[in-house]
Design a binder for this molecule. Structure first.
Ligand SMILES: Cc1ncc(COP(=O)(O)O)c(C=O)c1O
Length: 459
């Protein structure tokens, strides 16, 4: 059969409230043109994030009821620990309430002034936690990873040459660890190949630098390795995921992605001493070591989610439905990051709105246009998220790409929802010349995309 169906049936439904373009114009104004400020009930199709937005399975809900809420040594903890150990083989497993809690603990321990932490691309919370510790976060993705239209099967790869150069320039003793983000969210949801992980691991090993994975989307990365990398096509996603973790000295995971849960995270490490210090911090701010910042029922849901996510039929449907969205946009002439990533389609907003300069946030302007036109909530991954203003000189530095991410929640939307998205993007594309730029009127000191306020630039 050519048609790939959702490999699940729907047992529970949530209504979607439909709004008019006039209503949405007013909503946008009230939100100061920042879609993070729009109530979710006023969104028709919510593609803001794939994080924490998954639909849980009947087995996950059953696990929620079975959750053991004992403070220490709960049955749910032992199930969770067993599942994560079988999946990763990493001995020290710390539950946290979400990915950034794992990052905060890790970088409080290894970060600090004078330290440099490389990655293919740090996600925004990872970068913010590293910088908060006083350390410097450096992105070393391969050049193809910053060229939206260059086709490369593993555009998330970390450039080994750039890593060697960094080590030579700053010295290995200033690099407490190297991260690799799988898949590379900030770089277009692009996967990292097994060969690249081996190469990075070899360099790190040679310089005694631990290698950590930001493994939020380990299952999608594993499936894309199976599909695209020679030698892995007959391996199971589980075996590939395990081979990825076998190369790592530790990992941070937000289970809100491939854990198929609405809240949860994990911090993993092999080093006994580091783990002991991490456990002390965990107790200080998250909770006792057998629950972290979570309830027993959350641990049950995560354990089940980490199991279900490696189902090959699920991963096939997941990756194909994102590709389907990307292929239809490409057919209509919309430029996207190619090839489509694992969890999202990234529209090249600079190409979509060539009449809007980077200083007027073409990505944010496109996000607003999509909401206004069809009630679709996307997110800007460009100058709002990553632009930097030098506090001394006032000079602005811009990221290499202006992207708008359409992140697809797991197991939530059907093919007709995705068809609606295609139609909406294409219609906005046809009238793209009418989209106007924005200027920031208020912004916080860090992570400004969440709360910055904008106004339209006069046309
Ligand atoms: C690659 C990556 N790392 C870290 C995080 C942070 O995870 P959380 O939102 O659970 O704190 C995210 C969230 O989107 C992510 O995509």
């Amino acid at each position: 059969m050519k048609t790939i169906i959702e490999p699940f049936k729907i047992k529970m439904v949530e209504p979607i409230a439909l709004t008019t373009p006039q209503e949405r114009e007013e909503i946008l104004r009230r939100a100061h043109f920042n879609v993070f400020q729009i109530p979710a009930e006023q969104v028709i199709i919510d593609l803001l994030t794939d994080s924490g937005t998954s639909a849980m399975s009947a087995e996950q809900w059953a696990g929620m009821l079975r959750g053991d809420e004992a403070y220490a040594g709960a049955r749910s903890w032992f199930r969770f620990e067993r599942v994560v150990r079988e999946l990763t083989g990493i001995p020290h497993i710390l539950p946290t309430h979400q990915g950034r809690a794992s990052e905060r603990i890790l970088f409080e321990l290894v970060g600090g002034r004078g330290k440099v932490i490389p990655s293919n691309n740090h996600f925004d919370t990872t970068r913010a936690n590293i910088e908060h510790s006083g350390a410097e976060a450096v992105d070393l993705v391969i050049d193809e990873g910053t060229q939206p239209r260059t086709r490369h099967p593993f555009k998330g790869n970390l450039d080994p040459r750039k890593l060697e150069e960094l080590i030579a320039r700053v010295g290995a003793r200033h690099i407490p660890l190297c991260m690799v983000t799988v898949t590379n969210n900030s770089g277009g949801g692009q996967p990292v190949s097994m060969a690249n992980l081996h190469e990075v691991r070899e360099i790190c090993h040679r310089h005694a630098i631990p290698l950590f994975l930001d493994a939020c989307r380990f299952a999608e990365n594993a499936y894309l390795i199976k599909r695209r990398e020679r030698g892995w096509d007959s391996a199971s996603p589980r075996a590939i995921a395990r081979a990825m973790f076998d190369l790592a000295d530790g990992a941070t995971i937000s289970a809100k992605k491939d854990g198929l849960v609405n809240i949860g995270g994990v911090l993993l490490m092999r080093d006994d001493q580091l783990a002991e210090r991490a456990n002390n911090l965990l107790i200080l701010t998250e909770g006792f070591v057998t629950y972290g910042g979570l309830a027993g029922r959350d641990l049950e849901a995560m354990a089940q989610g980490f199991t279900e996510v490696l189902d090959e039929d699920y991963l096939h449907y997941r990756v194909r439905s994102v590709e389907y969205l990307g292929e239809h946009l490409l057919e209509a002439g919309v430029h996207i990051v190619e090839p489509p990533g694992g969890h999202a389609i990234y529209i090249d907003a600079a190409a979509f709105c060539p009449h809007i300069p980077q200083s007027q946030f073409p990505g944010q302007a496109l996000v607003c246009a999509l909401y206004r036109h069809a009630g679709i909530r996307a997110v800007e991954i460009g100058s709002v998220m990553f632009g930097r203003v030098d506090p001394d000189t006032g000079e602005v530095s811009y990221p290499p790409m202006e992207l708008v991410r359409l992140a697809v929640p797991r197991r939530v939307y059907t093919q007709s929802h995705i068809d609606y998205v295609v139609e909406a993007v294409v219609e906005v594309f046809e009238r793209r010349n009418t989209i106007r730029g924005l200027r920031i009127v208020e912004e916080p000191r860090a992570l400004r995309h969440f709360t910055a306020q904008f106004e339209a630039v006069a046309g």
